[in-house]
Write a protein that binds this ligand. Structure first.
Ligand code: DUC
Ligand code: ZN
Length: 458
């Protein structure tokens, strides 16, 4: 089956140009003007932007946290993803301490295989360090996992400095890359104990006990550990200007540091926590917390300069009922926000349309860079001959208001309720097959494939 996308503007990390795209079965076979019309069907995309399918390299589907399980599993979460133009997700396989990496990988395949509407891969969480985990790392690469994750907070998952150093050294020797959740666990614990002792138990205490400088301290420490291990790292969900400074210092020392941020840190501000309405505030509880507008501005500037490489979502959704668990104790609120469904339209609307970032920058942040960083390029992240035909058809002339009722993630609120979009997603194609049309997911059965990933090429 040959499909010709006719009359659109193809977006890449280098710019946007008028071109048609010829797709044969699952692959792009030609991009250019006046292609020979040898297609079985023509898709008229006049006036539309054609992006390579967005990649969300930070989701948590079907994850047990805080005595509950995320509201979205792979079925509902990936359906929401593709609805919003995300044709690839990379989720975090998460074995518990004491379990093998292989056990975690098998478990994540059980959760995802046959239930995922977009293509998918896994990062592997390292929350323990010993000889058998070390020995398993090589096998993980053979199974398509080239990126890992470590936590500097959360007792159930965090590793200490020594183990982080050894793990990074090992990853360096294998050519792997590691994302790290950076927050200073000890001082945060101390501050939480103080708030509890003072009886300040509302969600407003959440951001106050996780201030920007404690994220920056962890970023700085991680980067010194990475320096010792001589290993590149990814700072995941970076939120603030002070943490960015630490990255700048490390880069000046010659270190390779990649940075991810998320829409919630770009578009929402900490005032969401400072309301008497528990339910309103609790829905925004995530870690690190949402920051002040001054930090937002610093992030947008860093995006513009190219100092931040990716925007993912950290989609980790809980219903309002699940969020209710923390009434009377803010530390019991399950942390995380939905976001996988709205990222593309939000970043276009509040980034590109508001002239904070260019369209090619958006393409790099949502498609090309995550593909390169996580070993998927050029299969994903670009529309050129040989690439998968994952295409987002974006109509810049459309507009709508983001409403929970129009979203299909399995969650009864949306953090961006009422945000007005500039433009909108008209269609989403996954490997040459139309998956979404005018807000409707067409596939009844999940079509996503597991992606065996190679090494970082960013
Ligand atoms: N932060 C959250 O808020 N939820 C999931 C994991 C994380 O790092
Ligand atoms: Zn996360």
């Amino acid at each position: 089956m040959r499909t010709l996308f006719l009359g659109g503007t193809v977006v890449s990390g280098n710019g946007a140009k008028r071109a048609d795209i010829l797709v044969e079965n699952e692959k792009v076979v030609a991009v250019g003007r006046n292609l020979p019309n040898a297609a079985d069907r023509i898709v008229d995309v006049e006036g539309c932007l054609l992006f390579p399918g967005f990649i969300d390299a930070h989701t948590h589907f079907d994850l047990d946290v805080c005595n509950t399980t995320t509201a979205d599993d792979f079925y509902t979460g990936s359906r929401a993803a593709i609805h919003g133009g995300t044709t690839t997700v990379i989720d975090f396989a998460c074995p518990n301490k004491g379990e093998s990496l292989q056990y975690g990988l098998d478990l994540w395949h059980q959760k995802a295989d046959g239930k995922t509407f977009c293509d998918y891969g896994f990062h592997m969480t390292i929350d323990d360090w010993n000889e058998s985990i070390r020995a398993e790392l090589k096998t993980m690469f053979a199974r398509g996992i080239s990126s890992f994750k470590m936590y500097m907070t959360y007792p159930a998952m965090m590793v200490g400095d020594r183990d982080m150093y050894w793990a990074l050294k090992e990853l360096k020797s294998l050519g792997g890359i590691c994302g790290v959740h950076c927050e200073n666990a000890g001082v945060i614990d101390g501050m939480i104990a103080e708030k509890k002792a003072a009886g300040e138990l509302s969600p407003a205490s959440h951001p106050l006990t996780r201030p920007p400088y404690l994220e920056a301290e962890a970023v700085s420490r991680l980067l010194r550990i990475a320096e010792a291990a001589d290993c590149p790292v990814v700072i995941v969900h970076l939120t603030n200007a002070e943490a960015l400074k630490e990255v700048e210092h490390a880069r000046k020392r010659g270190q390779k540091v990649y940075v991810e941020t998320c829409p919630q840190y770009l578009l929402l501000d900490e005032s969401v926590y400072f309301t008497e309405d528990y339910s309103q505030a609790a829905r925004y509880v995530c870690a690190p917390p949402i920051r002040s507008t001054e930090h937002q501005d610093a992030l947008w500037k860093a995006l513009r300069r190219g100092d931040i490489q990716t925007i993912s979502t950290d989609h980790c959704s809980f219903t309002l009922q699940q969020k209710d668990a923390g009434r009377g104790d803010f530390t019991a609120i399950p942390g995380g926000l939905p976001g996988v469904e709205t990222r593309g339209e939000l970043i276009y609307s509040y980034g590109v349309a508001k002239r904070r970032i260019s369209i090619q920058n958006m393409c790099r942040l949502l498609s090309e860079n995550p593909a390169r960083l996580y070993g998927l390029f050029p299969r994903k992240g670009i529309l050129k001959p040989g690439s998968d035909a994952d295409i987002v058809i974006y109509d810049p002339g459309a507009s709508h208001v983001i409403r929970t009722d129009d979203c299909i993630a399995n969650v009864d609120y949306n953090p961006y309720e009422g945000f007005v979009t500039s433009g909108g997603i008209r269609e989403v194609w996954l490997r040459g097959r139309k998956a979404v049309e005018n807000g409707r997911v067409l596939d009844e059965t999940p079509q996503g494939k597991y992606l065996v990933r190679g090494k970082c090429s960013l």
